[in-house]
Ligand binder design. Structure first.
Ligand code: RIB
Ligand code: CA
Length: 311
């Protein structure tokens, strides 16, 4: 069965690796990429998406520019994590092609309604575009087969703050709208990324020995993230939140343990973006997302290395 994906992204270095995996996926079709402001300003995210798709031989995939700031708050980027260009400031990204004219929010609504139940939505950035599309079409996420999100940290260990993960922190109101919307949602949080998606010395060595242009691309654009992990989050390498989320979207069987739980978002300034999960029995009646607690780490990394082995 070919899995047809619509990917909403704020295209920084790990998003680019996730795009590379989707394009390389043997039974995956990328029907569209929609871009949202987040890690980098919107224009840079669009440029990074266009370049990455062209680099992977998928320049035909339409790229739609979306919203350039969160629904309510000012845009907070993550250039301190990914570099000014979001791609490690490695001097790799150049202008290639143009986005299509259709706005990302219009595309998200159209793609769901023209083929209900036939496409999966994968979100790799702040949920601003998806929330805006939900304002237009309340049942949007019931028309995607399922929505697989890199969003939040269900154990409240944060990366951008002590308790919040960047995508939810950047636009918590949007995340709240999405989590409250009907439809099957799978939440792959920073708990998975920091525990089962770290490219440590052994993985980095294996990547280097592949000797392919794609392997070099992945290493080069993640140099800044590796530095951030070493000095801020204290990981032994660099973590790949969006690629591990893409792996779950491509291979749902990689999920070893998950729970359907009621998930809401803290909107106050002190705990902005923290996920609030009600584990009490009474709370479970309002389960809003399938929270992933454990995946097959070896399995997902084999998918990544396979994608990087091609040239
Ligand atoms: O917190 C992780 C998320 O923000 C990922 O989408 C990654 O792109 C990071 O910048
Ligand atoms: Ca991202």
């Amino acid at each position: 069965m070919t899995r047809r994906l619509v990917i909403d992204t704020d295209t920084a270095s790990d998003d680019a690796v996730a795009l590379l995996m989707a394009v390389a996926g043997p039974d995956v079709e990328v029907d569209a990429v929609t871009v949202v402001a987040g890690n980098v300003p919107l224009a840079q995210g669009v440029k990074n998406a266009l370049f990455t798709l062209a680099f992977c031989g998928a320049a035909e995939v339409p790229v739609h520019a979306g919203l350039d700031r969160p629904l309510v708050r000012r845009l907070g980027t993550a250039t301190d994590v990914h570099g000014e260009d979001g791609m490690g400031d490695a001097g790799i990204v150049r202008s290639v092609g143009e986005p299509v004219a259709e706005h990302a929010v219009d595309a998200l609504v159209r793609l769901a309604n023209e083929a209900p139940g036939e496409r999966d939505l994968v979100t790799l950035g702040p949920l601003t575009n998806v929330a805006a599309a939900l304002v237009r079409d309340r049942d949007l996420l019931t028309k995607y087969r399922r929505t697989v999100m890199m969003a939040g940290s269900p154990d409240s260990v944060g990366n951008v703050t002590a308790t919040a993960e960047f995508n939810v922190w950047a636009d918590p109101e949007a995340a709240s709208i999405v989590l409250n919307a009907p439809g099957e949602k799978v939440l792959v949080g920073w708990n998975i990324s920091r525990r089962q998606a770290v490219m440590g010395p052994a993985e980095q060595q294996r990547l280097a020995t592949l000797g392919t242009a794609r392997a070099r691309f992945v290493s080069d654009i993640n140099v800044k993230v590796a530095e951030y992990c070493r000095t801020v989050t204290g990981l032994d390498g660099y973590d790949l939140p969006d690629p591990v989320t893409m792996a779950v979207a491509m291979r749902p069987e990689l999920v070893r343990r998950s729970e359907k739980l009621p998930v809401s978002v803290a909107l106050g300034d002190e705990l902005r973006g923290q996920l609030i999960i009600d584990h009490r029995v009474a709370g479970r009646a309002g389960a809003s997302a399938e929270v992933v607690w454990e995946i097959d780490e070896q399995g997902w990394k084999e998918l990544l290395f396979a994608a990087c082995s091609e040239d």
